[in-house]
Structure formats: C-alpha cells, structure tokens
Design a protein around this ligand. Structure first.
Ligand code: S3P
Length: 163
C-alpha cells in the first residue's frame, strides 16, 4: 500500500513525505519534481508557457507512469486530487492523507517562494479562496492530519500513530 500526501501548497507534503518515507523505509516520490524532470521544464514554466490545463494533463500522465513497484510515500501537487480520475487512482493504489493547514500557516511557509497559482506578493485572501474551493476534495482523504502548530517530527509521528 502506498501513501499519498495531499493538501495545499505549503502544507508540508514534501518535507513530511521525505521524513515519513525514511521512518517507514518506503521510497519517496515528489510528483512535482517528477513532472519537472520528465518534461525538462519547471512547474512555473509549464504554467506560463502552456497554461494550467496542460500542466494538469502532464500531472495525471506523470503519476500514471510512476514506477510503483516498492511501497512509496508520494507527495502530490496541491491540485492533484481535483480530478476525479486522480482521486480514484490514489484510492485504489493506497492510503490518501490530507495534511490540513490553515491559510495563516500556509502563508507563513510560502511567503518567500514562487508558486504559479500564488504569485508574489501573495494575497492572503487568495489562499483562503483556493483552500475553500478544495476542502470538499481534500476531505475525501482516508486520513486528515491537522498540522497547524506542529513540528515536522510531530506531524510524522501523528501520521504513523494513525496508519
Ligand atoms: C499546485 C501546487 C503545486 C504545483 C502547482 C499547482 C496547486 O504543488 O503542483 O504549482 O494547484 O495547488 P505543491 O502543492 O507541492 O506546492
């Protein structure tokens, strides 16, 4: 059974995924990084040159082509579960975990980073709007982990305690 980490940008999927995979002795896969290496373009480039629709197709395609022969922790991009096909694929391939974070914590983590959907200077309201749209989707996860105020170690421990 694989483990899929879902949640908003800045919810800690990559950092938590790396640590969790070490603890469980699973492989770690960062879907955004896989998309970048497969296409030879950064996520920002794909968004700006081809648009979000093209990025979403590449995202689904890249996930399907992952070599999941060993148990893996997979950090998905924040928008990956939007497509029903992706949700179904995750559900049948393993356990889906939503790393739930409030807009305030998300803003704190990503304020110095570049994300195509949240260009700098980041509008805090926009984080809340994207999150509200996606809550019904993220809520379909098998497990919801509240991450606000928790350290990386605490989040990983909480996940392991609930697996
Ligand atoms: C996106 C999140 C990003 C990346 C892309 C779109 C989203 O991944 O896939 O910029 O729609 O929320 P992270 O959640 O890893 O930042």
């Amino acid at each position: 059974m694989h483990i899929f980490l879902t949640g908003m940008m800045g919810s800690g999927k990559s950092a938590v995924g790396q640590k969790l995979s070490k603890e469980l002795e699973y492989m770690f896969i960062d879907l955004d990084k896989e998309i970048e290496s497969k296409n030879g373009q950064s996520i920002s480039q794909i968004f700006s040159e081809e648009g979000e629709g093209s990025f979403r197709e590449k995202e689904t395609q890249t996930a399907r082509e992952l070599n999941l022969t060993q148990p893996a922790v997979i950090a998905t991009g924040g928008g990956f579960p939007i497509k029903e096909v992706n949700r179904n694929w995750m559900r049948k391939s393993g356990k889906v975990i939503w790393l739930k974070a409030s807009p305030e914590f998300i803003l704190e983590r990503i304020k110095d980073q570049d994300r195509p959907l949240l260009p700098k200077p980041i509008d805090p309201e926009r984080i809340g709007l994207i999150l509200n749209d996606r809550i019904p989707i993220y809520q379909q996860a098998d497990l919801v982990i509240e991450t606000d105020n928790l350290s990386l170690e605490e989040v990983v421990k909480k996940i392991i305690g609930k697996l």
